[in-house]
Design a protein around this ligand. Structure first.
Ligand code: AN7
Length: 355
């Protein structure tokens, strides 16, 4: 059967009616990959990574965007708009291009990964770079969307959350249970809100007996929920989650409190360490913000948290290829230059080969 995407697959759990177009670029159905190495350091029973970077535009945003765009079309909208640290704009631009909607994206000046900016450019979105941060860009688009009746496709749009909750459905459908813990990066806090909604709905439908503990992680320089007040000038290497005043703040706290989980923070160096370990030991290249989930798990494990007998899922929200500059600036990797001469090549290979 053709993959008609997540709206079709989960239509009984989404507010779909006869006039809702079932559109798709094949989003969702992302790999849940079992850890080969890092689970030993954590000391848990089982650790899986959900590779949301395998979505059509390389991040989890496609799950929510496909549904937000479907609803925008249903409502007769001709234009969509969002503020973004990069991934939302890439996704909006792609679906906007595909379904003929004029797309406006507001980005914080200079603080968006090159891969993401290239996506907004090639898909043909109209890009407005705000001399300010994400929080200021979001304020602007809310106002502009109302003034010009443009479909707002940030996660304040409830259909974004609806689409993104399918991530939980997929985990449960695959392992026939909920994990004990779900580790997830937190920026604007839409995704943790969506995952929690999804798990609760599956429990109400008796698809699972227990709910996971929701373990959200912010970057230490952009951790308003952890410190309990907005951060005026958020700073982190993880630009996707460089957000000082999350739109879904209260819902993230609800997910934490109802599930008995936590929202913590990780330093940039912990994020980078998790980012590199994932690549080096698991062969998984995610973007720095995504690695905040694993960084949080590694931190708790180091602090003595007991994960024996526990099943853990880390959501890796975006593809590492979006942000090659972070590799270039932080990873020491020598590139050996050799003449095209077999003797020299042989000599070089034997000099660098492991014993
Ligand atoms: C890779 O694109 O906010 O807590 O404007 O790109 O749901 O915001 C991106 C967020 C995690 C945080 N990982 O998710 C945007 C934007 C990646 C991200 C998050 C984002 P939320």
């Amino acid at each position: 059967m053709k993959n008609r995407g997540l709206i079709d697959r989960y239509k009984h759990f989404l507010p779909v009616n006869d006039s809702t177009p079932i559109i798709s670029m094949g989003e969702g159905n992302t790999p849940l990959v079992t850890s080969q190495s890092l689970y030993k350091d954590i000391g848990c029973k089982n650790l899986c990574f959900k590779l949301e970077g395998s979505n059509p535009t390389g991040s989890f945003k496609d799950r929510g965007m496909v549904f937000a765009v479907s609803k925008a079309i249903e409502e007769g909208k001709k234009r969509i708009i969002c503020a973004s640290t990069g991934n939302t704009s890439a996704s909006a631009a792609a679906y906007g291009a595909r379904y003929g909607l004029e797309t406006f994206v507001f980005i914080p000046d200079g603080k968006i990964a090159m891969g993401k900016l290239s996506q907004a450019m090639i898909y043909g979105a109209k890009i407005i770079s705000i001399k300010g941060n994400f929080d200021e860009a979001l304020k602007a688009v809310i106002s502009i969307s109302e003034e010009f009746n443009i479909g707002l496709v940030n996660s304040l749009n409830p259909y974004r959350i609806e689409g993104q909750k399918t991530g939980s459905f997929e985990i449960v459908d695959e392992i026939n249970d909920s994990p004990d813990y779900l580790f997830i990066p937190v920026g604007n806090a839409g995704n943790i809100t969506a995952y929690w909604k999804g798990f609760k709905e599956y429990k109400n439908h008796n698809k699972i007996k227990k709910l996971p503990k929701m373990m959200g992680f912010q970057a230490a320089g952009a951790a308003p929920i952890v410190i309990g007040k907005p951060v005026k000038n958020p700073e982190t290497i993880a630009t996707a989650i460089r957000i000082g005043n999350p739109a879904s703040w209260e819902n993230a706290e609800k997910a934490r409190d109802e599930s008995g989980g936590t929202i913590g923070m990780v330093e940039d160096k912990e994020i980078l360490s998790a980012y590199m370990k994932l690549s080096n030991e698991e062969g998984i290249f995610c973007e720095p913000s995504s690695a905040a989930s694993l960084a949080g798990l590694m931190k708790l494990s180091k602090e003595g948290f007991d994960f024996r007998d526990k099943n853990i899922v880390c959501i890796l929200t975006g593809n590492g290829l979006k942000d090659p500059a972070t590799v270039k600036d932080n990873v020491v990797s020598e590139i050996f230059k050799v003449d095209s001469d077999m003797n020299k090549i042989r000599h070089k290979i034997t000099s660098i080969m492991k014993e």
